[in-house]
Design a protein around this ligand. Sequence first.
Ligand code: SAH
Ligand code: SF4
Length: 390
Amino acid sequence: MSAPITQDVLTLPRKLPETARTNIVGLTRDQLRAALIAAGTPEKQAKMRLGQLWQWVYHWGVRDFALMTNLAKDYRALLADHFTIEQPEVVTRQISEDGTRKYLVRIAGGHEVEVVYIPETDRGTLCISSQVGCTLTCSFCHTGTQKLVRNLTAGEIVGQVMLARDDLGEWPVQGAPKDETRLISNIVLMGMGEPLYNFDNVRDAMKVVMDNEGIALGRRRITLSTSGVVPEIARTATEIGCLLAVSFHATTDEVRDQLVPINKRWNIATLLEALKAYPGLSNSERITFEYVMLDGVNDTKEDAYRLVELLRGIPAKVNLIPFNEWPGAPYKRSSGNRIHAFADIIYKAGYASPIRTPRGEDIMAACGQLKSATERARKSKAQIAAELET
Ligand code: SAH
Ligand code: SF4
């Protein structure tokens, strides 16, 4: 007698396996529309379905297709067959004494990046990452001691905003009165990585975040910080439209070469030329010059006067950042007196010169302290010193 044929071998699973389904998060409107059509949405309906889906995911924060009640049941099933709605997983959340929250999040491949939420009286700022590690090796930056592992995808960048909104309970509640106050009112691309070395993904992610039918953060509520990747600077204005911050940090090429080694490729004069030509530059859309205050390195009065000269003709404000220490850091923070004297000179020359209050220091969430502890590709101090000498 022959063995009976088992039936279940012949039954195909209705759902595509997880890996074959497309994550919706981070797709631009055009990409999502094309994906919906490829999955079987009739072309004539695609625009409407896209609008509905977009609202569910980005306005209401819904992650389950079954809950999208204005879509037919069959269509919800079709979506679940072909798509997922995924964001990076929160591994740990630390809350500082000052209310700052730091999330360690895990992305595909087991890599980790950090996301920081900074509440202030008049705003709430989310600091997001664009890369795991960084190819650049700024000598005062903790992230710079971690080798670049990979660029984040647009979905992983948008996902950082979504997971913070989850944690803060910021998605609107259906039927409740509209609440215009925002816990996350601003986004800064100042976490791990150099955003202009991951331009396309950062741009696509910010387009999703700015989209009016979804998270709807205005373009002037987003600030991208670059160490000075000159060829990509103009695109930040034309393709994203957000505000720009530049990690300036020094007033001579000699010192900037040491602090921000990308200066050896694009020096101060070249960088300033690109900034002067920044499209849309105006007093209401000034460029922020970030300047980390390092004791005895870049903090003299002469530096302050030189900085004023360099800024001439550029609508700018200067953000002074007291250096945040990290284990093994080769610098010390300038004294309060030094920082105030420096700020005063800049201010008297007509530029706003706020001193950034370090936030979340007790949980290593302050500027330049981010580094995923599990990434063990740490450079030794000797290696950093050797690179500085070249
Ligand atoms: N790669 C981008 C964005 C991330 S860094 C850039 O370099 O602009 C965000 C800001 O924190 C930059 O201005 C950076 O220079 C600054 N920073 C880095 N390490 C720091 C530290 N230890 N203390 C204070 N600021 C730091
Ligand atoms: Fe990279 Fe910015 Fe840190 Fe420099 S300061 S190493 S560019 S993250």
